[in-house]
Design a binder for this molecule. Structure first.
Ligand SMILES: Nc1ncnc2c1ncn2[C@@H]1O[C@H](COP(=O)(O)OP(=O)(O)O)[C@@H](O)[C@H]1O
Ligand SMILES: O=P([O-])([O-])O[C@@H]1[C@@H](O)[C@H](O)[C@@H](O)[C@H](O)[C@@H]1O
Length: 373
């Protein structure tokens, strides 16, 4: 198919050079998460995919890979003075409240594929408009909206600015009940995002979202990743697929697993791994996310070990792989060895207990709001 005018323009776009040749653009709002079990509030945490994503990119990107976050919050934002990741300033919308979700957990969610929480959007901040994005080229972009804030025209602008765009399906297919904000999904094909898919590099969906994405149609346009909770994930591209094994975890809070997965995956690509190998890093950080409440804190020894493994195993990045033209999908010969080394590193996470307080509900409160709430 010949490229349309937009695509031709994209292909001529100047490549970023110099110290920020691997700079990323993360688009999606921070939010307030309220966790409920049995009608009782059992945790209040910083949320929003952008928060989980920044946390993992900070932890796992190669040293030369910077990134910036475009996020919106209201004047009530409770984590403005918190340490990373919300220290990356969000655009302030004084007239609107911070996006907020209530996540209701059911005790019965024992199956890996059963929805383990019911989400309600309680407040929505302003959308992120194309003009809110910095006007410069980026090596990669992550479209990680949670509340419908990444508009189709904003995703289109990201595609123009970034050499490769990775998208979380939750940014595209969520619809919100007009009465109570209940989250449901709509078919991607019927949304204005569908026509952009062929200019996206990777689309990640959870197994609950996958039927709405339509994997068989979507994989002909971009690589589709379906995450399967504690079973790991599968990648589907035009002409092949792969299953990638998980890492063991004791789940205390599933929030942010998908977000942390996507950022781990992107970091893997930045280190020069193939998509199937990078998915190991996604699974690794997805597992790390569920073992703590809210945005997780990683043990420094664990992170050192992960970086050593990547420095050792990843290919030199003189020609960055995070570039639509150069992705390789297949697992490499060192895939199993990489899994074993990361599994070893994961044990260091428990070298000392994470900074969480048990409250008897299986959900621990790792972060308290620093103001507001
Ligand atoms: N209980 C678990 N044990 C180990 N890894 C997990 C667990 N839950 C999630 N993960 C990891 O996180 C990834 C994303 O989780 P998933 O539940 O599929 O996404 P979402 O948070 O979007 O619903 C999975 O592919 C897996 O790698
Ligand atoms: O758990 P996950 O699917 O990766 O992502 C979550 C979103 O689905 C949710 O709307 C938001 O409130 C959480 O903070 C987190 O971003």
């Amino acid at each position: 198919m010949p490229p349309d005018d937009d695509e031709a323009e994209d292909q001529q776009q100047p490549q970023p050079k110099g110290a920020h040749a691997l700079e990323g653009l993360v688009v999606g709002s921070y939010c307030h998460d309220v966790l409920l079990r049995g009608g009782r509030v059992v945790g209040e945490t910083l949320g929003g995919a952008a928060a989980f994503v920044s946390n993992v990119l900070d932890a796992a990107s190669p040293p030369e890979a910077a990134f910036c976050v475009v996020s919106k919050v209201g004047a009530d934002f409770a984590y403005a003075s918190a340490p990373a990741p919300a220290r990356r300033p969000a655009l302030l919308c004084p007239a609107r409240p911070t996006t907020s979700f209530h996540a209701r957990f059911s005790d019965a969610a024992a199956s890996a594929h059963a929805p383990d929480r019911q989400l309600r959007r309680v407040h929505a901040c302003d959308p992120i408009y194309p003009d809110d994005l910095p006007d410069r080229p980026f090596a990669y972009g992550l479209a990680v909206g949670v509340a419908g804030e990444v508009l189709p025209e904003t995703l289109e602008r990201m595609i123009r600015l970034c050499r490769a765009v990775l998208v979380d399906a939750q940014a595209l297919i969520r619809a919100f009940d007009a009465e109570d904000g209940g989250v449901r999904h709509v078919a991607l094909e019927g949304t204005p995002y569908a026509r952009l898919l062929q200019r996206v590099a990777f689309l990640k969906a959870s197994s609950e979202e996958a039927p709405y994405v339509g994997v068989e149609t979507a994989r002909r346009r971009c690589c589709v990743i379906v995450t399967e909770g504690r079973d790991g994930c599968r990648l589907y591209w035009d002409g092949g697929e792969a299953r990638v094994a998980p890492f063991p975890a004791v789940q205390v809070d599933p929030t942010g697993a998908g977000d942390s997965y996507l950022a781990g995956f992107a970091a893997g690509l930045l280190w020069g791994l193939s998509a199937t190998d990078a998915a190991l890093l996604g699974n690794f950080f997805g597992a790390a996310a569920v073992s703590q409440v809210g945005v997780p804190t990683f043990h420094p020894k664990m992170l050192q070990a992960v970086k050593r493994i990547l420095e050792d195993k990843a290919i030199p990045r003189s020609s960055p792989c995070i570039n639509g033209a150069f992705f390789t999908f297949q697992r490499s010969i060192m895939h199993d060895e990489l899994h074993a080394s990361l599994e070893e590193a994961a044990r260091l996470m428990h070298d000392q207990p994470p900074p969480a307080t048990e409250n008897g509900d299986g959900i621990h409160s790792a972060q308290e709001p620093t103001s507001g709430c």
